[in-house]
Design a protein around this ligand. Structure first.
Ligand code: ADP
Ligand code: MG
Length: 238
């Protein structure tokens, strides 16, 4: 069970409240997409869920467990960022296995996990290459592979495709949809791209100024946007 529940979650940096009381339920294995203008709090919300920032007030549950004070390493979450740093002196195989090796897992287990992630991401032919021998899209797949080997219950993606060119984004979008099918995990995905949101999401959450403006299925929001702000974000005629 890896649904999430946020109850009146707030976050302030100093005197500035940037998350202003978010209530949100995410079902187990749901693919949820956060959209909203730059600075509205999308990354902060992901970081609160991952435990990279402390919640100022409110409650966070993952599955049945209250997670407010739980260490990030024990939340069953993996996060993939827009800018991802692979270790340049390690092969793809070593990059993907590094977290497990660092955790002291046995060699056979590391090999098995890396092998499975490589199969899912179609990285088998690239396992012995170094990052500088890879394209942007291949590197991003390795970054996702590093997260997969840890078998997280929940994946958080913060604009993972925004550094890729348009053609590659389309390809990666299809890959991500397949990944969700195959891994059967809960995914929270931040994007600026309307098409990504419309095609990937079970549920879209439109954020504005630290609040949820509207949440619903892509079709709900497209057909019945509450206001022009929401309509503007999911491409309905104004
Ligand atoms: P988004 O990802 O939607 O563009 P962010 O979550 O990065 O937005 O930022 C939301 C707001 O919080 C912005 O006004 C940003 O300047 C502020 N903010 C984010 N992180 C910090 C921080 N560590 N210290 C102070 N302000 C921050
Ligand atoms: Mg951001």
């Amino acid at each position: 069970m890896s649904g999430l529940k946020l109850v009146n979650v707030k976050k302030s940096f100093g005197a500035v409240e940037v998350i202003r009381g978010v209530d949100l339920e995410i079902a187990d294995k749901e693919f949820v997409v956060f959209v909203g203008p730059s600075g509205c709090g999308k990354s902060t919300l992901l970081r609160l869920i991952a435990g990279l920032e402390e919640i100022t007030s409110g409650e966070l549950y993952i599955g049945e467990e209250r997670m407010n004070e739980v260490d990030p390493s024990r939340r069953g979450i993996a996060m993939v960022f827009q800018t991802y740093a692979l270790y340049p002196h390690m092969t793809v195989r070593e990059n993907m296995g590094f977290a497990l090796k660092f955790a002291g897992r046995p060699k056979a287990e590391i090999e098995r996990q890396v092998g499975e992630a490589a199969r899912i991401l179609e990285l088998d032919p690239l396992l012995d290459r170094y990052p500088k021998q890879l394209s942007g899209g291949q590197r991003q797949r390795v970054a996702i592979g590093r997260a997969i080997v840890r078998h997280p219950d929940v994946f958080l993606f913060d604009e993972p495709l925004s550094n890729l060119d348009a053609e590659l984004r389309v390809h990666m979008r299809i890959e991500l949809a397949r990944l969700h099918q195959e891994l059967k995990t809960t995914i929270i995905y931040v994007t600026h791209d309307q098409v990504e949101a419309m095609t990937l999401a079970d549920k879209i959450v439109v954020l504005r100024d630290g609040n949820i403006e509207q949440a619903g299925t892509p079709l709900d929001l497209y057909d019945n946007p509450d206001n022009l702000f929401v309509a503007g974000f999911i491409g309905s005629p104004k």
